[in-house]
Design a protein around this ligand. Structure first.
Ligand code: SF4
Length: 185
């Protein structure tokens, strides 16, 4: 991207609904989805090089704040988007799992980069071959490391999921079954 290019701030898209003179009506699900997707609070779980790309994503040039996600949280109870960036050693697995469990519902997970998604080049006895072996993942961002544009693309995909998620999903049988697969009650 040329240095002199001005990045236009993202504007939240209006959900589907009915408009008329002086009014707009939509469903409750969509209104909640609109608020949630534009105010995601990420918890950056960064262990190695992919974390550096994330720092670039947060900095002024790429500026994740444009998507309502500038409020990072290192407290699991005050965040709803777990971003896992870097190699996760098997010894680190239980810590990551504990962080995930401590996050309040609704919560989403992005595996950023090859290591978090599949172990990457580290096909060794000590490295977890993908975080989805211990926690459910919503979006995978490829690359070693992924560029900030790819991380932003991952955030946009998460926003799409969040904006369209039914308010009942977290109480559904399907979701409970998913949690049971991971032995999370
Ligand atoms: S995917 Fe590549 S850049 Fe990212 S943590 Fe692994 S080795 Fe580092």
């Amino acid at each position: 991207m040329p240095d002199n290019q001005i990045i236009t701030p993202a504007i939240a898209e209006m959900p589907e609904g009915i408009t008329g003179q002086g009014f707009f009506a939509t469903s409750f699900d969509k209104a909640v989805g609109l608020a949630r997707k534009n105010s995601l609070w990420p918890l950056p779980f960064a262990t190695s090089c992919c974390g550096i790309e994330f720092m670039a994503t947060m900095a002024s040039h790429y500026d994740l704040a444009r998507f309502g996600s500038e409020r990072l949280s290192f407290s699991p109870r005050q965040s709803d988007l777990l971003m896992v960036m870097g190699t996760i050693a098997k010894k680190m697995g239980p810590v990551l799992r504990e962080v995930y469990i401590q996050m309040a519902e609704p919560k989403w997970v992005i595996a950023v980069g090859a290591c978090a998604s599949s172990g990457g080049v580290f096909d060794t006895y000590s490295v977890l071959q993908g975080i989805d072996r211990i926690i459910p993942v919503d979006v995978y961002v490829p690359g070693c490391p992924p560029r900030p544009e790819q991380i932003i693309d991952g955030i946009l995909k998460i926003q799409e999921l969040v904006g369209n998620e039914s308010l009942r999903r977290r109480n559904s049988e399907g979701y409970n079954d998913l949690m049971k697969q991971y032995h999370i009650e």
